[in-house]
Ligand binder design. Structure first.
Ligand SMILES: *[C@@H]1O[C@H](CO)[C@@H](O)[C@H](O)[C@H]1NC(C)=O
Ligand SMILES: *[C@@H]1O[C@H](CO)[C@@H](O)[C@H](O)[C@H]1NC(C)=O
Ligand SMILES: *[C@@H]1O[C@H](CO)[C@@H](O)[C@H](O)[C@H]1NC(C)=O
Ligand SMILES: *[C@@H]1O[C@H](CO)[C@@H](O)[C@H](O)[C@H]1NC(C)=O
Length: 220
């Protein structure tokens, strides 16, 4: 899919939706580059490159002989902007900067896709495009997996606990007023947070920083 087609779809999506995109003028992703090199200084494995090798590595190491780990799999993403966690380090934000409660994932989904607000809006067309763009972004450009080996298998089962583990803090809540609630009879959809340097790779970096997991020759 070419870039202009993606742009047209995104513009149409926001134009039709009742949710307005908001601009954070203070976050200029290009000017305020925040580079966390803690991982590279403290936790990175050492890599020996073969500079005459005929082939590139599948895990992306040694693509840059001066910085052999840059862009390789299982290394943290480098942030382009500052992290905004509720507690500064780990917990996801539930509030807007002005104190207003942020909408949940399901509310966003309903706001964007449920009302058929455009005349030219056949059912489910936008859902499908968003899915494909999401798939492209999350699999071909980045891959932020979650650690499925860490219990509980279903994060919804621990939502009543006092101390919900980091990985289970982002389940998708479904309100009883949800238009599909009566059909699916669920108040929670399981969701696990992405792997991070400190929780999954034994490298204490705060604020937490997600780890990329894509390879350069991935077969789906
Ligand atoms: C480095 O790559 C060259 C070219 O593929 C190969 O001949 C050589 O054996 C490699 N050296 C090592 C130490 O793997
Ligand atoms: C966040 O991390 C910093 C640096 O490690 C630490 O000093 C601070 O106490 C942490 N805050 C929380 C809420 O965990
Ligand atoms: C909450 O869980 C974390 C991670 O399992 C643990 O380190 C921490 O001590 C727990 N806190 C309380 C108050 O139980
Ligand atoms: C959902 O729960 C209601 C009330 O308990 C029940 O009548 C209905 O059959 C359930 N629907 C499904 C799909 O399980």
């Amino acid at each position: 899919m070419n870039n202009s087609l993606i742009l047209v779809i995104l513009v149409a999506l926001f134009w039709c939706s009742s949710i307005q995109a908001e601009t954070y003028s203070e976050v200029n992703l290009i000017k305020n580059v925040v580079v966390s090199d803690t991982y590279y200084k403290n936790c990175a494995p050492s890599v020996t490159c073969n500079s005459t090798s005929k082939y590139r590595t599948t895990d992306g190491t040694c693509n840059n002989l001066e910085h052999p780990l840059w862009g390789s799999t299982n290394t943290p993403y480098i942030r382009l902007g500052p992290a905004y966690y509720d507690d500064g380090n780990y917990t996801i934000r539930l509030q807007h900067k002005d104190g207003m409660e942020l909408p949940g994932a399901r509310e966003l989904q309903l706001g964007l896709f449920w009302p058929k607000s455009c005349l030219f809006d056949p059912p489910d067309i936008r859902n499908y495009h968003a899915n494909q763009i999401g798939q492209f972004v999350t699999h071909d450009i980045s891959l932020m997996p979650s650690n499925v080996a860490v219990p509980p298998a279903d994060c919804c089962t621990v939502q009543g606990d006092d101390n919900i583990s980091y990985i289970c803090q982002a389940v998708i809540k479904i309100s009883p007023s949800d238009p599909l609630f009566s059909e699916i009879n669920k108040t929670c959809l399981p969701f696990r947070r992405a792997m991070t340097a400190s929780f999954d790779f034994n490298c204490e970096i705060t604020p937490q920083i997600p780890v990329r997991n894509d390879l350069y020759y991935r077969i789906f």
